[in-house]
Design a protein around this ligand. Structure first.
Ligand SMILES: N[C@@H](CCC(=O)N[C@@H](CS)C(=O)NCC(=O)O)C(=O)O
Length: 265
C-alpha cells in the first residue's frame, strides 16, 4: 500500500524549494518538539498548522493526498521530497537523523534515546486523559481534581523513571537528542499546568529533569523558537475540546501555511 521512495512531493508537486513540510494542528501538542528541532538546526521548512478549518483542509484535502503515499498518514506528518513520514516518534527520529541531532550515538545510546521517546509518550497519553473530555475527565468541573491526581500518581511515576534514566545535562549526555526535544515539551506543558493550578510539578524531586528543562530553555539556537507564536501563543491542546489551553479561552483561528527561511550565519 505504501509508495516508498522519492517519487515527488504529494502536497506540492511543483515545490521548487525542496524544503521539508511539517504539518500538525495549530496547537503545540505532538508537533511542538518537531518544530523545535527544525528551528534548532535552522532548517528551512514549510510549516502547515491546521486550524478551525481542519476538517476540510486536513481530513478532506491534504490527508487524502498523503494517504496515497503513506496509508498511516496522520498529524503530525513530515513530507521530505517524496517521503511521507507519520507517527510523532518516528518523525522525531527521522529529524534526528536528517538534521544531525542524533549523529554519533552508538547503538546503546540510540536505544536509550528511543526509551526516552516511548516513556515520554506514556506520560503524554496519561495527560491526554486529563486535558480532554474523552476519558474520565468529562467536564471542566472534573478537571482540577483529575489534574491533581495526575501529578500525584502519573507524573510522579513517569518523572521518577525519567530522572533515574537521565545522564545529564541531557538524557543521554552532553547533547540534546531527539528524545530530549520530545521530553522537553512534556516537561514544559506540565510546569505550566502545575503553575496554573498551584500544584507541585515534581521537578523539585527530579533535579536532573529540572536542569534539562532550564538548560534547553536557555539554548541560544532555540531563542527564535521560544519567541515564535507556535510556542508562545498557541494552545497546548485543541481549543475546541480541551479543558486546558495554557492561555485561557482562546480562538484557534484558521490554518496557517508559512515558509520558514532562516538567515544563514
Ligand atoms: N500516535 C500518533 C497519534 C497521532 C494522533 O492522534 N493525531 C491526532 C492529533 S494529536 C490527529 O488529530 N490526527 C489526525 C488524523 O487522525 O488524521 C502519533 O504519535 O503521531
Amino acid at each position: 500500500m505504501a509508495a516508498y521512495g522519492n517519487t515527488g512531493d504529494p502536497l506540492r508537486p511543483d515545490n521548487p524549494t525542496r524544503h521539508p513540510t511539517l504539518g500538525y494542528h495549530k496547537i503545540r501538542g505532538l508537533g511542538a518538539p518537531l518544530r523545535m528541532m527544525l528551528y534548532a538546526k535552522k532548517q528551512n521548512f514549510r510549516h502547515v498548522a491546521y486550524g478551525t478549518d481542519c476538517n476540510q483542509k486536513w481530513f478532506k484535502e491534504d490527508k487524502e493526498l498523503l494517504k496515497k503515499k503513506n496509508s498511516c498518514a496522520n498529524l503530525p506528518y513530515l513530507v521530505d521530497g517524496g517521503l511521507v513520514v507519520s507517527q510523532s516518534n518516528t518523525c522525531a527520529l527521522y529529524l534526528g537523523r536528517r538534521l544531525g541531532i542524533d549523529d554519533g550515538m552508538s547503538g546503546t545510546y540510540q536505544t536509550y534515546n528511543h526509551t526516552v521517546l516511548d516513556q515520554t509518550y506514556d506520560l503524554r497519553n496519561d495527560l491526554m486523559k486529563v486535558v480532554y473530555p474523552f476519558g474520565s475527565t468529562k467536564t471542566k468541573a472534573d478537571f482540577e481534581a483529575a489534574a491533581k491526581k495526575h501529578f500525584e500518581r502519573n507524573v510522579k511515576t513517569h518523572f521518577t523513571k525519567l530522572e533515574g534514566f537521565c545522564i545529564g545535562p541531557f538524557m543521554t549526555g552532553v547533547k540534546p537528542r531527539s528524545g530530549d526535544f520530545v521530553l522537553w515539551e512534556m516537561l514544559d506543558q506540565h510546569i505550566i499546568l502545575a503553575r496554573a493550578l498551584d500544584l507541585d510539578d515534581w521537578l523539585g524531586e527530579c533535579p536532573k529533569l529540572a536542569t534539562l528543562h532550564s538548560t534547553m530553555r536557555a539554548l541560544p539556537e532555540l531563542a527564535d523558537y521560544f519567541a515564535a507564536p507556535c510556542y508562545a501563543e498557541w494552545s497546548h491542546n485543541s481549543p475546541a475540546y480541551t479543558h486546558f489551553t495554557g492561555h485561557g479561552d482562546m480562538d484557534q483561528g484558521g490554518t496557517v501555511e508559512e515558509d520558514l527561511v532562516f538567515p544563514r550565519e
